[in-house]
Design a protein around this ligand. Structure first.
Ligand SMILES: [Zn+2]
Length: 163
């Protein structure tokens, strides 16, 4: 089984609801040019990336392991629903509004207007610093899942993905 198929419906619903709220916030700032609410999926099986924006597909992908773990710890959920989701929303906004990629002016401005500090990681495969505190919990969960799901890194980053 794929990890993305293990996300319970109610948890996926919670993430989708937050995306709708924040996308509506973004539309109040940038208007219709940014388009409809993006698609959200969990087909991001790659342990060193927590989320990405697939620009061409108008899709946000979240790491299913961290989403599953967020069900067990409210701080993880706060980070994922807050910082992580907004980070990816701002990639889509910067792309739709100004065909701007990466973590330069377009994305930084979007983050500021959405009320976020535009923090970036040193490389695209650096997890956010808060994840370090949960390495033990993550390993426990992986042990539980290892007979149920394929845990290998299978997602291949495309040229139009922004992490
Ligand atoms: Zn980014």
């Amino acid at each position: 089984m794929r990890l993305c198929d293990l996300i319970p419906e109610n948890l996926a619903g919670e993430y989708m609801s937050r995306l709708v709220v924040r996308w509506n916030d973004a539309r109040k700032i940038w208007g219709d040019k940014i388009g409809q609410v993006p698609y959200l999926d969990y087909n991001l099986q790659r342990s060193r990336i927590i989320g990405l924006a697939a620009l061409q597909d108008h899709t946000i992908k979240l790491n299913p392991l961290w989403v599953l773990l967020s069900e067990r710890d409210s701080h993880i959920k706060d980070e994922m629903l807050g910082e992580t989701l907004d980070h990816e929303i701002c990639h889509l906004v910067a792309w739709k509004f100004a065909q701007d990629r990466g973590h330069d002016s377009g994305w930084r401005m979007a983050m500021k207007l959405m009320g976020r500090e535009p923090k970036v990681f040193a490389t695209s495969e650096d997890l956010p610093s808060w994840t370090k505190a949960y390495e033990g919990l993550m390993n426990e969960m992986k042990q539980e899942l290892k007979d149920k799901a394929d845990l290998s890194d299978t997602y291949v980053i495309s040229q139009t993905d922004e992490v």
